[in-house]
Design a protein around this ligand. Structure first.
Ligand SMILES: [Mn+2]
Length: 434
């Protein structure tokens, strides 16, 4: 009787780590590695050759195989030449995977959405009290980090983070992990870099050199952000943006890299619905609604505004402005405030602001008859206003310092809008990464 453990073609670190973990959980099984493995995994194996007893399909006899253990894959076509077992009735198939929706029908499985398959396998290694060597821990951590982008991908689960902590406790070597996870450049990456150099457009924005590349790609290409950074260094620009459109998958990946503090990539990418740090960031857009030219224009605007704040008061203020004239009686104003659900309105005579009246000012009324008086007797006359081109933080500061809840927005002596405390609050809270 024989047992085989195998994993997917183009084997990555998570796949190889899971294969090795499988040999601990199933000591009688023979680990079979596909011919095609990723270059960085190949490098790792060639250095640690003596430590891992791995076979290729041609080296073993799979005739009387009784149990097939598949790790980090759940479709037959991802495996190397195992199709002839698809309909083998007496074959016991065991599956360990964090991918869903495959066509392998296992006898037993541990299949859950998780950042990496190795996390699922580690859960059982811990339960069965299996000891790990530092080299195994290092390999497992490389798999975990590669599949979770060092725990940053959305697919990362809290259990992945616990697994990372456990592996570090078991003396996983971060220096080795880093060495092997450093990208290996393939043909695809080189082609893209050359295309970027040939096709870029450069602009000077706020005195900084900024480049844009609009590239069509097909399918997933690893390390795009590293390519963009390499490109930025080669052509020596302050910031580089790559707009990678994949029409087949209806996706558009925007990647930015900056070498200057004045161009904050994270803030710019948040403006596109993505995220990142001041020096690096990305955003994933659905390409069916947009074209790369429009994305480029948006980025240019965001870059132009990024040394201050990319959003101005004019972008969030309300207009037209609900206002009253100085002869309106207080009774009428109370009605307007109640009806419109606002806490105050500016008082405007012939286009010019002469005051502001708010609910608070009604406290000055002591006699019923005063409700028939015009607003000019109760309004506040020293009105603090702000220009529409100022930033939202300027408005917030002014509101706090002067203890006011609304600012008329005035350009060239004319009121063009109004901004309230709640406008500022909702803007600031939306801006926080969710
Ligand atoms: Mn995986």
């Amino acid at each position: 009787m024989s047992q085989i453990i195998t994993t997917h073609k183009n084997t990555d670190f998570d796949a190889f780590a899971s294969l090795v973990a499988g040999t601990i959980l199933y000591p009688d099984a023979i680990p079979v590695l596909p011919k095609n493995i990723n270059p960085n995994v190949k490098a790792f194996i060639s250095i640690h050759k003596d430590l891992f007893d791995i076979y290729s399909l041609s080296e073993i006899s799979s005739e009387n195989i009784e149990k097939l253990i598949v790790v980090d894959a759940c479709s037959w076509d991802r495996l190397e030449k195992f199709d002839r077992f698809i309909n083998k009735d007496d074959l016991e198939v065991v599956l360990w995977d964090h991918h869903m929706n495959g066509d392998i029908k296992p006898t037993w499985k541990c299949q859950e959405k998780m950042g990496a398959t190795i996390t699922l396998m580690l859960r059982h290694l811990i339960k069965e009290e299996k000891e790990l060597t530092p080299i195994q821990a290092t390999l497992f951590l490389a798999g975990l980090y590669e599949d979770t982008g060092c725990l940053t991908f959305q697919s990362t689960n809290s259990e992945d983070a616990y697994a990372a902590a456990y592996l570090l406790e078991k003396k996983a070597d971060l220096k080795i992990v880093n060495t092997f996870l450093t990208p290996v450049y393939g043909e695809k990456q080189k082609d893209i870099l050359f295309e970027m150099i040939k096709s870029s457009t450069r602009e000077t924005i706020n005195g900084y050199k900024v480049s844009f590349n609009q590239i069509n790609i097909q399918g997933h290409i690893a390390n795009l952000s590293v390519i963009v950074n390499m490109y930025r260094e080669i052509v020596n620009v302050d910031a580089a943006f790559g707009i990678f459109k994949d029409d087949n998958q209806n996706k558009c990946m925007v990647i930015g890299r900056s070498g200057t503090e004045d161009i904050n990539i994270g803030a710019i990418m948040r403006g596109l619905g993505g995220g990142g740090h001041p020096g690096a960031g990305s955003a994933m857009l659905k390409s069916e609604y947009i074209n790369s030219d429009a994305i480029k224009e948006t980025i240019k605007k965001l870059v132009a505004g990024s040394n201050h704040v990319s959003v101005h008061i004019r972008d969030i203020m309300s207009y037209p402005v609900l206002s009253v004239s100085s002869s309106t009686i207080m009774e009428k104003i109370a009605m307007i405030l109640r009806e419109k659900g606002c806490t105050g309105v500016p008082v405007i005579d012939e286009g010019e602001i002469v005051g502001v009246i708010s609910r608070r000012d009604f406290r000055k009324i002591t006699r019923e008859s005063q409700l028939k008086s015009p607003v000019k007797a109760f309004m506040k006359r020293d009105v603090v206003d702000i220009e529409s081109s100022r930033s939202i933080m300027d408005a917030a500061r002014l509101m706090v310092n002067r203890d006011i809840g609304r600012l008329p927005v005035v350009d060239d002596g004319l009121i063009v809008g109004i901004i309230t405390r709640s406008d500022v609050m909702s803007y600031l809270y939306d801006m926080l990464p969710g």
